[in-house]
Design a protein around this ligand. Structure first.
Ligand code: HDD
Length: 716
């Protein structure tokens, strides 16, 4: 722990407190001068090494089971400060949850620059290949409350805090590269409409309801993000298998003060993968913490998730030539037009020690930017620059939230901001204003601005990017609301398109207002006539008239990078296989399959009707999970090794039949032995390239067998 004074005389002791020690920072325990009063017993733990239980002011507690009473059966006394402090603190444990992105999971890690780009940016982290800095990442859903499920159809937050040596850089992005609205002034309306409805208080964590679709239907600029939100991107398989995007166009600025536009991408090393809607719904019941658990367990097991940081770089000449405005957050730049260059890698390698202290108290600020990176005039970004700082005061209760260890920079920080609620630093000296000439009197004068190395705002010096006038308008190309939704839809595979259509039918079926449904479908006609027709048929409504487009859409060349399936990685690493066994199963075969899965980087999870030692051929075997509590939706593929009589018994058990029925319905690989046949038949599993003898399981691999989908589901 650093006890060093900074140049303003502040001691930044709390922020250096090592996480996980479970102790109050030493300097809070020690006296102001750092010395322990020697008249207190030097012994701080009992003979077993357990620390003495104390109240918050260090008084040792003699009895943590009984409150202080007036007589054996009398009332509790007000004098009982031990009881009062404990209940008082407990009563105030909760803080307001985030107004959006309340449900989230975080982890620590490291970012490493893999390609130096000093010519493009002076950002210190990109000066040298091999340079690293610590990071904290928080993934989230948007609409649901803090205790809601992990797998609703929703955008996922992807917020990264890089603790660089020139200050914190927060890249507060999503797993979708575009946003619902173009101007921050619409954000409160968007959020009000998607959250539970104001009078009835439901639905929780769902966009499938009147007010959301009412707003969307009236907001054609949302159509591009709606395509993404209705696609499988919005139901990810794992937080480790999502892309992340900075969404806005930012700027890189080099030493010479030259600027380049930049868009940031995080590419998951495990590839992108999603669930199927039916599966996502069932996972919500089977394991509401599916994503949080998956992230925690992977990191705990040393299977560290990683993402490559990519950039799309361009100049004003490129921007001016595009048929969309690069300052419009509802637009992306197809990777085929402008490739993503990889410049770094982020690896998450440490779980938080305390969820509240770290994940819940983490405060991300798009204004946390470092010299070498700058904002642009994107009107959505501009509004965010106010909102995030503001919201932390309401959530964390004090302007000093930057002193909470997870939020504090890891480089020194000094300024003349003083006091405020919950001030934990103890600045010394008189210098709390600037300019001052206290140095001339031999005193500490405090910090000074650094014109050379400090943050300076980029000046574009051109009419398009520094127009100067103040107007409540939007630039002309912002009026094209349909070209990119059309690009997105037309870049999908057939069954990805079917998923989008089904999602729209599902969501709009929950809408009770006919005119809202019709309006949304009328918008879809500008995206793709086929899609609009499918959705209208799925809703059993007449195809409404096409909505008038503020600007006629154009046809952009389809982009494979927008499809999950066209870029799918067929790999076992990071994936989980459920192996079903029961009495009499062949242990050697189970062990061999498990070893092969683990060798390929996957996880094998043994499932049986009972978890304790089951008698199998070759010994006894414990299961990792009980069948009823381990439905096949929790796995990426399944295998079964069963004796015929055990399978016959299981065929009477709904959980066992459903296990295969779901795995088949969710297009997963099913490896089975001849003994399991009765169960396979009962579950109506039909032979196809993904239903294989268990010996061929590894050869077949863990992937979705999409060709099966039309046989198991009526695709809209
Ligand atoms: Fe936001 C949280 C991402 C637009 C206002 N936002 C929040 C988080 C993420 C995003 C990932 C969670 C951070 C965390 O884990 O603590 N938000 C985005 C993206 C946007 C976006 C990618 C568009 C490109 N947001 C946006 C606008 C506004 C906000 C236009 C307001 C004008 N966002 C907030 C907020 C939150 C927030 C209310 C809630 C909690 C917080 O900030 O710290 O201020």
């Amino acid at each position: 722990m650093s006890k060093s004074k900074n140049s303003s005389g502040q001691k930044n002791s709390l922020r250096d407190h090592p996480p996980g020690s479970g102790q109050v920072p030493t300097e809070a325990v020690l006296g102001a001068g750092g010395e322990l009063h020697q008249n207190v017993s030097a012994k701080i733990a009992d003979d077993d090494g357990a620390a003495f239980l104390t109240d918050n002011f260090g008084h040792r507690i003699s009895d943590n089971q009984n409150s202080l009473k007036a007589g054996e059966r009398g009332p509790t006394l007000l004098e009982d400060f031990v009881l009062r402090e404990k209940i008082f603190h407990f009563d105030h444990e909760r803080i307001p949850e985030r107004i959006v992105h309340a449900r989230g999971s975080g982890a620590h890690g490291v970012f490493e620059c893999t390609k130096a780009i000093p010519g493009l940016t002076k950002a210190s982290i990109f000066q040298k290949a091999g340079g690293t800095c610590p990071v904290f990442v928080r993934f989230s859903t948007v609409a649901g409350g803090a205790g809601s499920i992990d797998t609703p159809r929703d955008v996922r937050g992807f917020a990264v805090k890089l603790y660089t040596d020139t200050g914190n850089w927060d890249l507060v992005g999503n797993n979708i590269p575009v946003f619902f609205i173009q101007d921050a002034i619409k954000f409160p309306d968007l959020v009000h409409s998607v959250k539970m409805e104001a009078d009835r208080g439901y639905p929780q964590a769902a966009s499938a309801h009147d007010t959301f679709w009412d707003f969307i239907g009236l907001m054609p600029e949302s159509m591009h993000t709606i395509m993404w939100a209705m696609s499988d991107r919005a139901i990810p398989r794992s937080l480790r298998m999502m892309e992340g995007f900075g969404v806005h166009t930012f700027r890189f600025v080099n030493e010479k003060g030259e600027g380049k536009f930049v868009k940031f991408h995080w590419k998951p090393v495990l590839g992108i993968q999603s669930t199927i809607w039916d599966e996502a719904v069932k996972i919500a019941g089977a394991d509401p913490d599916f994503h949080r658990r998956d992230l925690f367990e992977a990191i705990d097991a040393g299977d560290f998730p990683a993402w490559d940081l990519g950039v799309q770089l361009f100049d004003e000449a490129f921007a001016a030539k595009q048929p969309y405005d690069v300052l419009d957050a509802t637009k992306l730049i197809p990777e085929e037009d402008l490739p993503v260059e990889i410049i770094g890698r982020m690896t998450l390698n440490r779980n938080v020690d305390n969820f509240f202290a770290e994940t819940e108290q983490a405060a991300f600020l798009p204004t946390n930017i470092i010299p070498g990176i700058d904002f642009t005039n994107d009107p959505l970004l501009q509004g965010r620059l106010f909102s995030y700082l503001d919201t932390q005061k309401s959530r964390l209760g004090t302007t000093n939230f930057h002193q909470i260890p997870i939020n504090a920079p890891k480089c020194p920080f000094h300024n003349f901001q003083r006091d405020g609620m919950m001030q934990t630093l103890v600045p010394t000296g008189r210098a709390n204003y600037e300019p001052n000439s206290l140095v001339e009197a031999g005193e500490d004068g405090g910090p000074r601005a650094s014109p050379e190395t400090g943050f300076t705002t980029f000046t574009a010096n051109d009419e398009r990017n520094d127009p100067g006038q103040k107007l409540r308008i939007r630039a002309e190309l912002f009026a094209d609301h349909y070209s990119q939704p059309r690009l997105f839809y037309r870049s999908q595979t057939d069954n990805e398109q079917a998923h989008i259509a089904s999602a729209l039918v599902f969501e709009l079926s929950k809408v009770t207002l006919d005119h809202v449904r019709a309006r949304v479908v009328s918008r879809l006609r500008n995206i793709d006539e086929g899609l609009a027709k499918r959705v209208a048929e799925g809703l059993a409504i007449d195809l409404p008239e096409k909505a008038k487009a503020a600007r006629a859409p154009i046809d952009m060349a389809p982009s494979d990078a927008l499809s999950i399936q066209k870029r799918a990685k067929d790999m076992l690493k990071g994936r989980k296989v459920g192996i079903l066994f029961a009495d009499g199963s062949d242990k050697a075969a189970i062990d061999a399959l498990k070893a092969a899965i683990e060798k390929a980087g996957g996880t094998a999870f043994l499932v049986a009707p009972k978890v304790g030692g089951i008698k199998v051929k070759g010994g006894t075997l414990k299961a990792d999970g009980q069948l009823a509590g381990s439905p096949s939706v929790l796995f990426d593929a399944v295998a079964s090794i069963l004796m015929p009589d055990a399978a016959a018994k299981l065929a009477k058990d709904g959980a066992a039949v459903q296990w295969f029925m779901d795995a088949y319905g969710h297009c997963k690989t099913i490896g089975h032995c001849s003994g399991s046949q009765i169960l396979i038949d009962k579950a109506n599993v039909q032979p196809d390239e993904g239903v294989v003898p268990v010996e061929d399981f590894m050869k077949t691999g863990v992937k979705r067998h999409w060709a099966r989908e039309p046989h198991v589901r009526d695709l809209a």
